[in-house]
Every structure is written in C-alpha cells, then in structure tokens.
Write a protein that binds this ligand. Structure first.
Ligand code: 5AD
Length: 451
C-alpha cells in the first residue's frame, strides 16, 4: 500500500480477527485485541469493512489449517479489489509454516508466530507504511512477555495462561513445534493477575497450560501447581478455580490433595488418555499404560471423591487395529468420563509419527470409529445425566441462554451445562438448581436458592 493513502484515512484502522482452535488461542486473541486497541486500532465483525484481516490459527489437525487456507484463497480477489488491506496469519500455523505461507499466498502481508503476538500492532503499522511482507517467528526459547488480559468474553469468567509450550514428544502431536519448549510464569505474577481479575468482578478462573500440571518444573522446585492452587484459593471472592490440560503421568499426590483441600478448586480434571490400548499408547509415546491410567483414576477418585474426569481420544492412529480400538471403547465404558473430545487422527508434518509410521487407517474406518465412540460417550452422558434427575446442583450462572432470554445458562463444578428459568441479575452468582430434565449434553431444572 502506498503511504499517502494510509495517511489519508483519518479514522483508526479496523481489524477483523478470526480465531481457530483451543482455549489458549482464544485467550491469545483477547490479548491481541487488548494490545491493538491500545494502539488505536478498532475492531469489526465484518471482514469486508476491515483494513486488517487476521487469522489466529491452529495446527493440531489438518482440518483446522485447511479452513485457514480456504479463507486465504477467498481473500485473493478481495486483495485485488482492495490492495491496501493487510492480511495476517498469526499463531500456530504461522509458526509451523513460516515463509512457505508467504510463498504460497503472495497476498499475505504478515506471518506472525506464537511468540510475537505483543508486536502485531507494530508490524501492521510498518506494513501500512509500506514495508512489504513481514515474517516474525521469534526465538524458540524466548519467554513470551507476560500479557495482561483486559478484555473478556464474559464478565465473571477469565482464563489465565500459566505455562506455554510443551517438552513432551508424543508422536502424533505438532504442538512442541508450534508452541516451542515449556515456559512458565512465576507464582507471584499469576497471583497478581488473578487478584486483579477478582477485583474486577471475576469469580471463575481457569488456569491454562498445554501440560498445566508440569507447572513449576522449570523453577526447580520453587513452584508447583499444587502450591499455586493453595495460594490462589486464599483469594477472597474467587469461587471457582480450574486448570486445563493435565498430563496423566504428572498427576502427583500433592496436586490431588490440593484439589481436595481447596474450596475454590473444582472437582473436575481434563486428563487426556488418547487411547485405551497399551500398544497404541506405546506408539504414541505417551509414557503410561492403560492400566497405569486406570490406577491413576482410582487414586484420584479415592483422594477427591466427587471428581469428574474429561478426556481426549484419538481414533485411527497409525496402525490402530480393531482390537486396539475396542480397548479404547472398553476403557470409556469403564471410566465413564463426564466429557470426551474425540478426534480422527490427522498426520502432521514433522512429527515422529509422520517420519516413521504410515497413516494407514482408511478415512472411512476413522469416521466409523469416531461415530462409534461418539455414540458410546453419548450413552454414558445420558445415563449419568438421568442419574442426576431430582438432585440439586450448584450452578455458576453465565448469563441468559443463547436461544431464550428468560432462560439462564450456567455450569456445575464439573462443567456440565445447566439451563433454568431465572432473571439476568443472577449472572455471576452460584445458584442451587434442582435438575428436572436432561439430554446427553445439557441438564435443565429450576432454581431453589442462590448460594
Ligand atoms: N490428530 C488428531 N488429533 C490430535 N490431537 C493432537 N494431535 C492430533 C493429531 N495429529 C488431539 C489430542 C489432543 C487434542 C488437543 O488434540 O487428543 O489431546
């Protein structure tokens, strides 16, 4: 774009930002919004109105990347018509593909990796001043600056990143390549941030990390997730504290005891098992057997009696046989997860699986196994929800439901969705709700009292 026309537009440039992928990406997008608003950018929901079009991307499966490639293809004509529009690819896919993205999509102006978010505003300014395309990937062991989150999708809930990156080498996973090695924030910084959020009206905090229960290992014993939970639990006004995602072999007794002892820490843990088959787990290099996972769940349930477990499952991983798949189904029936995220295996360039194992389960088989496991999980959720009929649940009210304004939507401490009639002013309160109806995904009921 030429400088003259940039200066001619008096109004602040408008940014359209679309986010793909996990919670951490959504939080990163909030951080990007905050920093760009400070630099006098404005945001728009309409792509056609935007001067800057940003995609904060996900690389964990090819499908997520393909959606972004589709968006970029659509934008070719847009860029011909409005060449002054800045097009930016941010986050994991930017980090993974780097220069290739600029080569393949000549209309992309900025490729900005996962460690450079805080500078996006400067890069966009430079591009608008005529710098030409910018590739910003950062140093791999660089600690991203601790960023304040000033914007939140919900008034009473907040996410706080305490650890980024991953040092593990699961053979299927691209995250160590896109997010780099583990880096962590200090306990003081996290506590300050949570206090600030609580002062600002937040009652429900989720701590985020790719391997959140590894938190502290880079600080040589000076910090751990259990100690952090105990510190945060003392903050008055913080009613719910959750942490995602944990790695099974790193669930220590200390952490389980902190979950049991801390009033604000919910009895919910997201503990991806990925597969119920020993041989498959070995090929995935997960570092535990199916029985070790079972023993862990037993230990957890003994220490935290009302704990609920959520999980991730990959179906159709390289070489997965019918017997191996059946072992996963059996494990799901046995453990009865409160929630399971099921993924069809997607080969990712540069992973160990990509290098040494053929992606040999046909798509049709992956799709069939996916369906089978979804049905099994649905059955489990329906049965467990039926068991809850008549019970009274503590529900943190998130606000009016999307479809009906007079119906409130909230969550139990195990993150189950509950709908009940009530007025908007209960938002942010914990309500006691008698459960009267259910589907596999949601519960509904009526208000008994506000806690
Ligand atoms: N294919 C399919 N699913 C994957 N996941 C990670 N990598 C892949 C892949 N290559 C799933 C895992 C992980 C979740 C975030 O995504 O289940 O826990």
């Amino acid at each position: 774009m030429n400088t003259a026309s940039a200066k001619a537009t008096e109004r602040p440039p408008r940014v359209f930002l679309e986010t793909f992928g996990c919670q951490m990406n959504f939080l990163d997008s909030e951080i990007i919004r905050g920093r760009m608003l400070e630099k006098r950018f404005e945001f728009t929901e309409t792509r056609d109105e935007a001067d800057v079009i940003c995609f904060n991307t996900c690389s964990v499966r090819d499908h997520a990347e393909e959606r972004v490639r589709g968006r970029l293809r659509e934008l070719r004509i847009h860029k011909e018509r409005k060449p002054e529009t800045v097009i930016a690819v941010l986050g994991c896919m930017a980090q993974r593909e780097g220069e290739t993205l600029l080569d393949r999509f000549a209309h992309v102006d900025l490729v900005c990796g996962t460690r450079e978010f805080s500078r996006i505003g400067d890069y966009v300014d430079r591009i608008r001043d005529g710098s030409g395309p910018i590739l910003a990937l950062g140093e791999s062991d660089q600690m991203p600056p601790r960023e304040r989150v000033d914007l939140r999708a919900r008034q009473h809930e907040a996410y706080v990143t305490i650890q980024r990156g991953c040092d593990r080498a699961c053979t299927f996973c691209v995250v160590p390549r896109t997010r780099g090695p583990e880096v962590e924030s200090s306990m003081d910084d996290v506590e300050d941030e949570v206090r600030r959020l609580v002062d600002d009206g937040v009652v429900d905090v989720t701590l985020l990390g790719q391997i959140v229960n590894a938190y502290g290992r880079k600080m040589g014993g000076r910090a751990s997730l259990s100690r952090l939970l105990r510190r945060l639990d003392r903050i008055r006004g913080l009613r719910r504290l959750r942490f995602i995602t944990s790695f099974p072999t790193l669930m220590t007794n200390d952490l389980m005891e902190a979950m049991r002892d801390c009033e604000s820490v919910v009895s919910y843990t997201h503990l991806p098992v990925q597969s119920g088959s020993n041989s498959c787990l070995k090929r995935m290099a997960r570092g535990y057997s199916a029985d070790a996972y079972r023993r862990l769940v037993e230990r957890l349930r003994k220490t935290v009696p009302d704990v609920e477990l959520a999980t991730d499952i990959i179906v159709g991983f390289c070489g997965e046989t019918d017997e191996e798949f059946q072992a996963t189904v059996d494990m799901m029936r046995e453990i009865e997860f409160v929630q399971a995220f099921i993924f069809k295996y997607s080969n990712r360039p540069g992973t160990a699986a990509d290098r040494v194992m053929p992606d040999d389960v046909p798509d049709a088989v992956k799709a069939e196994r996916n369906q089978i496991i979804l049905r099994v999980q649905e059955e489990i959720q329906q049965r467990r929800h039926r068991d809850m009929l008549g019970s009274v649940q503590e529900v943190l009210v998130e606000g009016p439901s999307k479809r009906r304004k007079e119906v409130l939507s909230g969550r139990t401490s195990a993150h189950r969705i509950v709908h009940f009639p009530g007025s908007e002013h209960l938002t942010g309160e914990i309500a006691r709700v008698r459960i009267t109806d259910c589907t596999p995904l949601t519960l509904s009921g009526e208000l008994t009292e506000v806690a």
